[in-house]
Design a binder for this molecule. Structure first.
Ligand code: SIN
Length: 477
C-alpha cells in the first residue's frame, strides 16, 4: 500500500515526517498513515508539473491517449485490489467499489479517444489577405481537489480530460480517502506517464489548497465537494482570476407521475437513493409521488428498502456500508428526528443499526412519509440512506416543488406520457435529468450542475472545454 506522495515521479514523505491517519469507517481501525505535506511540498509538486508541461503538451494526442489507455487497462487489471482498498478506506460495499473502478477507468478510456478529436477552426476572414485560425491549447498546470465519496472516479473524471488536453496536474485527494488516489498514482507510473505530469499530495486541505491558489503557475482548479467549500474556493480564485470547475452539492428530487411504470420507478428509486449509502451528490434526496400511484409506490418502496442488508462493505452481499464518520451519522439522525418532530412517520428504519463487532456508524435504510417543506430533509442535502416521500396532485405543483431548491445538480422523474416526458425535462432547473432513469452517470455524458451545485461539465467531449484555452490567430498573408 502506497503511503508517500508522488512528486516528479518520486515517492516522498512530508519533509517534517508528518502523517495523517486513514481509518476504516466500518471497523474504526487505523489502516494506514499517509504523508501529510504542507505548502513547501505542494510547491515542489507545482514545480514538477510546471517543468513537465511543455513536453507533455508537445506529445501527440495519440501518444497521450495511449498512456491514458494504458492506465485504464492497469486499473481494470487491478480491479479487485483497488476495490478492496476503496472499501477499506471509504466503506462502500465491494460490488459498488468494483463498479467504481470500472467507472473510473471508463473516464480515462473516453478521454484517451476524445483528445484525438480536439480540433480548432479556420474561419472565413473579413479581408482577402487575412486568415483566422482558432487553436485549442492546454490550460496548463491544473489543480485537482477531490472528495471522499468516490475516491477513484472523481479523480479520473478530471485527470482523463486534463491529461488528454495536454495539461499536467497536482491532485489533492480527500484526507479521508487518500489510499485510492495514491494507488492510481502508482499505476500512472507503471503505465509510463512521464515524471511530473501527475503529482499527488496528501494532507491538510486548507494548506495545500492555499499553496495551489497562491501560485500563479497553476492556471486551473477543478473541485468536487461541498457548496460551502466551493464558495470559499471561488472567492479565493477571484484574487488570482483562476479558472474553476465546481461540482458541488445536490438535493435531487424524484418525481413519480400517475402514468409511470411504478415497478420501474421503485427499482430506480432504490438504486438511486441507496448507492453508496446515500452519500452521492446525485442521489435522489426527496421523493414526490402523485396521488393516483402514491400507495402503490410507497408499498413497493417500503418492501424493497426493508430487504436491504447493512454491514461491513468488505463482506459480499452487503447493500449498505457505514457512513463515512460520526458527524455524517449525526447529521442523518438530526434530519430524521427533525422530520419526526414535524409530524413525519417512519415506516422502515429510522435509527442506527449495530452490526456485531463493527463501529457505531451504520444507519438503517429509512423511509420517511409525510415530508413537508419546513423539514430539513426537504431542503438540505442529507447524504445518508434516508428517503423522504411526499404527495402531489398536479404536474405544475411537482415541478415547483422540484425546483424549490438552491441546488441544481440532478433530478429524476417517471412517466409514460411522451409529451410530459419532454415538458418536464425542459422545466426542471437541473444540469442532469434522469427521465425514467435513476442512473444517468456515464463517461460520455456531461456531468455538472447549475445554481449552488456549481458550474463546468465533466465527462464526454464537454470536459475537454474545461482544460483548454482558445487562441485566436489573426494571420495577414
Ligand atoms: C457524485 O457524488 O457526484 C458522483 C456520482 C456519479 O458520478 O455518479
Amino acid at each position: 500500500m502506497q503511503t508517500h506522495n508522488l512528486i516528479d515521479g518520486a515517492w516522498v514523505g512530508a519533509s517534517d515526517g508528518a502523517t495523517l491517519r486513514v481509518t476504516n469507517p466500518a471497523r474504526d481501525e487505523v489502516i494506514a498513515e499517509v504523508a501529510s505535506v504542507g505548502a513547501a511540498e505542494t510547491r515542489s509538486a507545482i514545480d514538477a508539473a510546471w517543468r513537465a508541461r511543455e513536453s507533455w503538451a508537445a506529445k501527440t494526442a495519440g501518444e497521450r491517449g495511449g498512456l491514458l489507455s494504458a492506465l485504464a487497462g492497469l486499473m481494470r487489471r487491478d480491479t479487485d485490489r483497488l476495490a478492496a482498498l476503496m472499501t477499506a478506506e471509504q466503506g462502500k460495499p465491494l460490488a459498488e467499489a468494483r463498479g467504481e473502478i470500472a467507472y473510473a477507468a471508463s473516464f480515462l478510456s473516453w478521454a484517451a479517444e476524445e483528445g484525438k478529436r480536439l480540433t480548432g477552426d479556420i474561419i472565413p476572414a473579413s479581408a482577402p489577405d487575412k486568415r483566422i485560425l482558432v487553436l485549442r491549447q492546454p490550460v496548463g498546470v491544473t489543480g485537482i481537489i477531490t472528495p471522499w465519496n468516490f475516491p477513484a472516479a472523481m479523480i479520473t473524471r478530471k485527470l482523463g480530460p486534463a491529461l488528454a488536453a495536454g495539461c499536467t496536474v497536482v491532485i489533492k485527494p480527500a484526507e479521508l480517502t487518500p489510499l485510492s488516489a495514491l494507488a492510481i498514482g502508482e499505476l500512472a507510473c507503471e503505465a509510463g506517464i512521464p515524471d511530473g505530469v501527475v503529482n499527488i499530495v496528501t494532507g491538510d486541505a486548507a494548506t495545500i489548497g492555499d499553496a495551489l491558489f497562491d501560485d500563479d503557475r497553476v492556471r486551473k482548479l477543478s473541485f468536487t465537494g461541498s457548496t460551502r467549500v466551493g464558495q470559499l474556493l471561488m472567492s479565493k480564485a477571484s484574487e488570482h482570476l483562476l479558472r474553476l470547475s465546481l461540482e458541488l452539492g445536490g438535493h435531487a428530487p424524484f418525481l413519480v407521475f400517475d402514468d409511470a411504470d411504478v415497478g420501474k420507478a421503485v427499482a430506480a428509486a432504490v438504486a438511486c437513493k441507496f448507492r453508496n449509502a446515500g452519500q452521492t451528490c446525485i442521489c435522489a434526496n426527496r421523493f414526490y409521488v402523485q396521488d393516483g400511484v402514491y400507495d402503490e409506490f410507497v408499498a413497493g418502496f417500503t418492501e424493497a428498502v426493508s430487504k436491504l442488508t447493512v454491514g461491513d462493505g468488505a463482506h459480499e452481499g452487503v447493500d449498505i456500508g457505514p457512513l463515512i464518520n460520526d458527524a455524517a451519522v449525526e447529521k442523518v439522525e438530526s434530519h430524521v428526528e427533525d422530520a419526526r418532530s414535524h409530524g413525519a412517520t417512519v415506516p422502515v428504519g429510522g435509527d442506527r443499526v449495530h452490526p456485531k463487532g463493527l463501529a457505531n456508524r451504520f444507519y438503517a435504510p429509512t423511509l420517511v412519509e409525510g415530508m413537508t417543506p419546513d423539514m430539513k430533509l426537504a431542503s438540505e442535502e442529507t447524504f445518508g440512506p434516508v428517503a423522504p416521500v411526499a404527495r402531489f396532485t398536479a404536474e405544475r405543483e411537482a415541478i415547483e416543488l422540484a425546483n424549490a431548491s438552491e441546488y441544481g445538480l440532478a433530478a429524476y422523474y417517471f412517466t409514460r406520457d411522451a409529451s410530459r416526458l419532454m415538458r418536464v425535462a425542459e422545466a426542471l432547473e437541473y444540469g442532469i435529468v434522469g427521465a425514467n432513469d435513476g442512473g444517468p452517470s456515464t463517461a460520455q455524458a456531461p456531468f455538472g450542475g447549475v445554481k449552488h451545485s456549481g458550474f463546468g461539465r465533466e465527462g464526454g467531449k464537454y470536459a475537454m472545454d474545461e482544460y483548454t484555452e482558445i487562441k485566436y490567430v489573426s494571420w495577414q498573408l
